[in-house]
Design a protein around this ligand. Sequence first.
Ligand SMILES: Cc1cc2nc3c(=O)[nH]c(=O)nc-3n(C[C@H](O)[C@H](O)[C@H](O)COP(=O)(O)O)c2cc1C
Length: 321
Amino acid sequence: MNYKVMGIAAGRKNGNSEILLKEALMECEAQGAEMTMINLRDYHIRDCTGCTSCTKAMSEGKNAGCILDKKDDKKRIMDVMLKQDAVIFSVPTYDLMPASTYLTFAHRSLSYETAFLETIGAIEHKDRVAGLISVGGSTRSWQSMALEGLQATMFTTDLNVVDMLLAERVPGSGQCLLDDDLMQRAKTLGAHIMEAVKTPADQRQWLGEEDMGWCPNCHSNALVLGEEQWDGLHYPVECQVCGAGGTLEDDGKGGWKFVIAENGLLKDRTTVSGRAKHLKEIEETQGGFYGNPKSLQLVRERKKKYMDKKFKTIDKGGTKE
Ligand SMILES: Cc1cc2nc3c(=O)[nH]c(=O)nc-3n(C[C@H](O)[C@H](O)[C@H](O)COP(=O)(O)O)c2cc1C
């Protein structure tokens, strides 16, 4: 079988993200995959306007697409990306998190929300595999939300993350080439991607370092104190990426481990059924709002005060493209 693998970079031309990505992709190519690679910096992607016309249509059982579909390159990229068996993302870390070039691209994916579109019967389910590479000038400490930020954008299009690589201490363009272990690890990530695509979807497993991160479910390194959710569900501790709930327990070695509760994967965002529960929440909050003429009227009346209020602002100048 001919597997399709795509690489998406978002850093400098011939910089670390591109080089590490190519190292991983070359391994996939060597194993016979059909390759595609882009750098998001070469494309025009506009910001999501926040109009929510896509999800409003979905809540009425329709797939309306995005109002910007014909205005930039997002759809052109998604039409190829969604046909892939695997996608590897390689993104520089800016201010502890994925660079905005990538985030702008990712935040335009709401109109492709596969769990929502599948729920209304607009698309067929397709299992996809993902590998993530975050690249920064510092260690984990200054890349604290980098991989987690990438992970958080994978659910929308059903990308199952099987491996993640944090490239540390490579600030200079191409500096990763001086670190043989790092380059080897990128190649291994490519091999893991191929191993995963060749495995039946229901048997695919995490292939990165077994002990990576706090969360045994998604391997993120980010936990938060749980708070009561919209439907009353409450866990003492939550994984801030996948939403697994549980608590911290003594690991018997002088440290702590995150133990997922029996019902802790009820809203696991890495699964379609977990995300479909979020659709319920949206139906209740957003649907409850737009579908209630009384609340809409009240908001119209109360909003006037804020629409009429103006503060001193800043001249736009003539630089906007
Ligand atoms: C605006 C900006 C912010 C950055 N912030 C971080 C950061 O918070 N943590 C970090 O480790 N590196 C940071 N860096 C360094 C880049 O992540 C690093 O240079 C990386 O190698 C860039 O990848 P590239 O070669 O693919 O462009 C920052 C760089 C820039 C330009």
